[in-house]
Design a protein around this ligand. Sequence first.
Ligand SMILES: Cc1cc2nc3c(=O)[nH]c(=O)nc-3n(C[C@H](O)[C@H](O)[C@H](O)COP(=O)(O)OP(=O)(O)OC[C@H]3O[C@@H](n4cnc5c(N)ncnc54)[C@H](O)[C@@H]3O)c2cc1C
Length: 143
Amino acid sequence: MEQSILDGCAAYPKQEIARVITDLLPRALTLYLVEQIQPDGRPILASQLPKDARRELIRLMKEMPLTIQAIRPLAEATITRGGVSLDEIESTTMQSKLCPGLFFAGEVINADGPCGGYNLQIAWSTGALAGKQAGQWSKNHIS
Ligand SMILES: Cc1cc2nc3c(=O)[nH]c(=O)nc-3n(C[C@H](O)[C@H](O)[C@H](O)COP(=O)(O)OP(=O)(O)OC[C@H]3O[C@@H](n4cnc5c(N)ncnc54)[C@H](O)[C@@H]3O)c2cc1C
C-alpha cells in the first residue's frame, strides 16, 4: 500500500494527493480520506505529502472506523434471523414443544443459511413437514 502511494506521488508530483490515490479507491472514498489528512482543508500536492500524513492515509485506508447510522427496513430484508428457537420445536414434526397443535415453518423459525437457496429450502422442507403433521394432528385431535 505504502509503495503504491510512493509510486503514485513519484509519477504525479505536481498533482493533488487525491489524484494519486484515485487509482486505488472509489472516488467518493478518496475525497473523504483526503479531507481527513488536510487539517486546514488546503489541497496537498503529491510531492509535498508529509510522512505522517502518508502514514495516516494508509492507516485510514486499511482500518477506517465506520459507525452504523441506521439499517435498511425489515421490508427490504433478504433473510430474517431470529425467530422461534429450534429448542422449542420438535424437529420430526415441526410442532411446538410448548403449545401442542402449533406448527412452525420457514422464516418464523430461528434457522437461516447463506443466500443461494438454503432459506427457500428451509421454508419448503419445514413447510411440507409442518403441513403434513398439522393435518395429521387435526385428524387425531379435532372431531
Ligand atoms: C429479496 C429477497 C431475496 C431472497 N433471495 C433468496 C435466495 O436467493 N435464496 C434463498 O434461499 N432465500 C432467499 N430469500 C429468502 C426466502 O425468500 C425466504 O427465506 C422464504 O421465502 C421464507 O418463506 P416463508 O414461507 O417462511 O415466508 P414468506 O415467503 O415471507 O411468506 C410469508 C407469507 O405470509 C403472508 N402473511 C404475513 N402475515 C400474514 C397474516 N397475518 N395473515 C396471512 N398471511 C400473512 C405474507 O404476505 C407472505 O406471503 C430472499 C428473500 C428476499 C426478500
